[in-house]
Design a protein around this ligand. Sequence first.
Ligand SMILES: Cc1cc2nc3c(=O)[nH]c(=O)nc-3n(C[C@H](O)[C@H](O)[C@H](O)COP(=O)(O)OP(=O)(O)OC[C@H]3O[C@@H](n4cnc5c(N)ncnc54)[C@H](O)[C@@H]3O)c2cc1C
Length: 520
Amino acid sequence: MPKTDVLVLGSGIAGLSYALKVAECFPEKKIVILTKSDESESNTKYAQGGIATVINNQGDSYEKHISDTLKAGDGLCNLKVVQAVVEEGPQRLHELINWGINFDKSKLGNYDLGLEGGHSEHRILHFKDITGYEVERKLIIKIKQQQNITLLTSHFAVDLITEHQLKSQKSQQKLNCYGAYVFNQKTQEIVTFKAKCILLATGGIGQVYRNTTNPIIATGDGIAMAYRAKAKISNMEFIQFHPTALAHQFSHGRSFLISEAVRGLGAILKNEQGEAFMHKYDVRKELASRDIVSRAIDNELKISGADFVYLDCMSISKKDFMENFPNIYAQCIDIGIDINKQMIPVTPAAHYLCGGIDVDINGCTSIQHLYACGECAHTGLHGANRLASNSLLEALVFAHRCFKETIKNIEQIENKISIPDWDGENTFETKERILITHNRKELKSIMSDYVGIIRTHERLMRASKRLNVLFEETEDLYQKSKLSTPLFELRNMISTAYLIVEQSMKRVENKGGFYNSDLN
Ligand SMILES: Cc1cc2nc3c(=O)[nH]c(=O)nc-3n(C[C@H](O)[C@H](O)[C@H](O)COP(=O)(O)OP(=O)(O)OC[C@H]3O[C@@H](n4cnc5c(N)ncnc54)[C@H](O)[C@@H]3O)c2cc1C
């Protein structure tokens, strides 16, 4: 049974920056990072816009960033958390810069700060339109230089080990986390990892929807694991849909994002008839907040029955477009679209989860020795809607806070409990893997058709009934079949979807990114 001091689940910005800090602080301690895919596959890798922080104090201020964040969150942000994240942001950004991560500078040598929807000042640090790629790549380089970190790819965390798992729970007792059962995808075996501190940094849930900007790893695994381990989960109803994902499914199940900065440069949304429509929905037209633009597009699509609307970029010069969005330009060319001659087909896509595993201001979950940060965690920063480019910032600030908690606690944790190995008896190789694929497709359809941008009581009820059937079928398969990654993921996606539906049903007021037309 592998033993480590610290177990990190996930290799995005949250997991990597936490692991690096713990490793640098405790050269004698062992840190294991597990990731289910290759080392860099993550939401982090695809972040385009950048990281919001107050770095220019000529004009910008913490008060302004705090006020913008609170406004986007529509009354549901935790003020203390917002203050902490905004005020600690510049320090965390300087650490990234010291680790060798590049951000664009102007000719005068100052950081070239971008402006995004909802921000009252230019405050987005970015590296071209591939900020996340730069961050992920450089963090991986740093991780590999650290002797006391082991990074294991193709290791899928299946379940957290708590008293509940060990069946020794006493009533009222606060649960402890002792490690995780992990599926080694290469050997096809379940390995038990024992650790003193465990960090969940497993990212988002976009794949429960048909259209998503998230890569295929974003199946809500950490949230589902925490839910099964009886951790508190909330605000799952607040899913941010990005209004303009390229309406072209790449084979790897992810829709490519057309950044809202393109609308910032003058691109216009048009319907099937080639008519601009945003003026009907908001005086800010194309620059209204993400939730308003997404709902407007959704409405236009419902009226026309089409699968997408268009983004007309023809008023932007080729030079300006290529200078600002080289990656978007190249992706469009790849699928045969010349943005100077043709409009880009776009559709809203599930983009970001504002809720997740409840943590306190130090990143502690409701289970002892289990921390969570990044997109899987619900810190209270985003409230009902995330302000653009606040999520990488949140991941950095909370990874630091989890690191602080780890240093404070690790020496007192013994973890001498004996943990049984995984019980894989009485399972057999299923002859019909297709059942898993069908159920995954069905789940995505249910969520997109009934739990999308505009919800109603009836649609939520329908989703709930259909999810129950999928749950029963999948549990049956899970009890009997030999284990596989697609089956683990399907199970997690069903739990995640169930939490989104259940928490949507409980919400009695429309706020931020949540909209139930029966509540008007
Ligand atoms: C297209 C796109 C553009 C974005 N642009 C921006 C932006 O400009 N600014 C901004 O602030 N935010 C942006 N975001 C959001 C931001 O990228 C994410 O919120 C953030 O990167 C999440 O980081 P994370 O470390 O929490 O998770 P991730 O980066 O998603 O990493 C999760 C990790 O967990 C691993 N994992 C998951 N499940 C398991 C399991 N069962 N076992 C083992 N490993 C597992 C994954 O393999 C991965 O390594 C964007 C997101 C997308 C998709």
